[in-house]
Design a protein around this ligand. Structure first.
Ligand code: NAP
Ligand code: MG
Length: 492
């Protein structure tokens, strides 16, 4: 594959100290095939209607590969393959053998980590340093962690007899493709279930590479099936009568549709939905560390993070200083070619998502917010959004209330704990929050009163396979990760 020549990482205008020489990763190890079929019953097969769609590189708009579009008939085949594997093999396979397969998948993913990271960056637009240092290692950790549980299910639910649920339908979004696939597949297999997984339309490649790896690992055919396609493919999984559980990660809008369509069917459900995380900085916080934390909370992965700290609350007496420091730091973020090892901010995942973010930015301005963006250049081709800060925003502003899923931070101030708790909890969402303060007692008080599934203290966006993750309110139902994530795939 050719390295893109249209992307020119220009040194930022204001300060040449931060202009780095380009350090591009080679695209060659990605080894992307021109076409990918559906992975059903251990084989790669053509879709019934022989329809394909393109997966593009959002940083260059180049077509990377053609991906099979699965319709109802293909999904039916996948579910039948999963059911057959469940009935004949997987439900009878001892836990220690299931563990061996999961360890093998984890180790093979380690061996091919570079290829997966590069593919993830090419297909999704995220900076290569994030794919390499976060996405792929986290995915590997999930397989190792749940491999450890596979032969210890009776200890997961003492006094009960845990049994697998059967066939799980799993639908994932485009922001952390390989990581989300691992979060779904590893606990399901450890618990003894078979799966039909659908990646998001814009980022199917690493899931399909995982299918190849699973084939190489010798996993019995049909235990994992991967069907690609758009929303309709996802709906076909949700509505298939022989699915026992749906695990969905995505928007609250689609999560609600799914909840309606499976009502009364007896299918089990976990939903990991949207968020509007509050990041709260008190005047006694270590300010420079908090600035770094805020930058990480909102600009990591271009803000394509469900638990992003997209609402910043700064205590009023330090607000001017804090915002000035934040803007200074923004100037040093390098935006551009995601394949460059120095890039901090990569490409927006799709033209559609860029349009959504741009609409929100325009709305923020028209509703009276004051917008700040650095003057840095962005490449001509591809989808880009400069890191953005909004000040002077009202609690009722659209950009304070709604999830943008882009690098846009809304800043508000507060005076007292009571005030900030009320503002932070004034949201339909309840996925994540952050608290920055020097006082442990304040951390406990605030964390206990925040309506959020996860609260980070003097840190943000920290994940561990042993730690449950998930939301309250309209951010979802159930938990992924840790023991909780395992129990979600068991009948007790
Ligand atoms: P989305 O539109 O809800 O899509 C998520 C997945 O569902 C995709 O695979 C999508 O397919 C599929 N889908 C679309 N319509 C469907 C339908 N009617 N029935 C079944 N499946 C359907 O969300 P997104 O825009 O891709 O992802 C961003 C959202 O995910 C954000 O709201 C974010 O907060 C949330 N998210 C949450 C977590 C968490 O752990 N809580 C983690 C990551 C992301 P196509 O994309 O191929 O159409
Ligand atoms: Mg793509």
């Amino acid at each position: 594959m050719q390295q893109n020549k249209n992307i020119d990482i220009k040194p930022l205008e204001f300060n040449n100290t931060w202009g780095y020489a380009p350090a591009p990763e080679s695209a060659e190890p990605a080894n992307i095939k021109p076409r990918y079929e559906l992975f059903i019953g251990g084989k790669f097969i053509e879709p019934e209607k022989c329809e394909y769609f393109n997966s593009i590189n959002p940083a260059t708009e180049e077509v990377l590969s053609e991906i099979a579009r699965a319709d109802i008939a293909d999904v039916d085949k996948a579910v039948k393959a999963a059911r057959h594997a469940y009935d004949t093999i997987w439900s009878k396979t001892p836990g220690k053998i299931r563990a061996k397969y999961l360890y093998r998948i984890a180790r093979m993913l380690q061996e091919r980590a570079r290829e997966f990271a590069i593919t993830e960056t090419l297909d999704g637009g995220k900076p290569i340093k994030e794919s390499k240092d976060f996405d792929v290692p986290t995915a590997i950790n999930w397989f190792f962690y749940y491999a450890g549980w596979a032969d210890k299910l009776e200890y997961a639910a003492p006094g009960k007899t845990p049994k697998p649920i059967g066939v799980a339908g799993q639908i994932i979004p485009w922001n952390f493709p390989i990581m989300m696939a691992a979060w779904k597949i590893a606990p399901a297999l450890a618990a003894g279930n078979c799966v039909v997984l659908k990646p998001a339309e814009t980022t199917s490649l690493t899931a399909l590479k995982l299918a190849e790896l699973i084939q190489d690992a010798g996993l019995p055919p049909g235990v994992v099936n991967i069907v690609t396609g758009e929303g309709a493919t996802g709906a076909a999984i949700v509505n298939h009568p022989d699915i026992n559980k749906i695990a969905f990660t995505g928007s609250t809008r689609v999560g609600k549709l799914i909840q309606k369509s499976i009502a009364g069917t007896g299918k089990k459900l976990t939903l990991e939905l949207g968020g509007k995380g509050a990041n709260i900085v008190f005047d006694d916080a270590p300010i420079d560390q908090a600035v770094e934390g805020v930058i990480n909370a909102i600009y990591f992965n271009q803000g394509h993070v469900c638990c992003a700290g997209s609402r910043l609350f700064v205590q009023e007496n330090i607000a001017d200083l804090f915002i000035a420091k934040l803007k200074e730091r923004l100037k040093t973020l390098r935006i551009g070619d995601p394949m460059d090892k120095n890039t901090d901010i990569g490409a927006i995942n799709s033209a559609r998502q860029l349009e959504t973010i741009t609409d929100y930015i325009n709305k923020g301005i028209s509703e009276g917010g004051v917008m700040y963006q650095d003057s840095c250049a962005t490449p001509e081709k591809g989808y880009w959004c400069k890191p953005t800060i909004f000040t002077n925003v009202a609690q009722s502003a659209t950009i304070v209330q709604e999830e943008i899923f882009g690098p846009v931070l809304a800043v508000q101030t507060f005076r007292t704990i009571a005030e900030v708790i009320e503002k932070a909890n004034n949201s339909y969402y309840g996925l994540s929050a952050g608290v920055w303060t020097d006082k442990g007692s304040k951390i406990f008080e605030v964390a206990n009163r925040l309506e959020a599934g996860v609260v980070w203290a003097n840190s943000f966006n920290k994940f561990d396979a042993a730690s449950p993750f998930g939301g309250v309110k309209e951010s979802g139902i159930g938990r992924e990760g840790g023991l909780h994530g395992l129990l979600a795939y068991l009948n007790l």
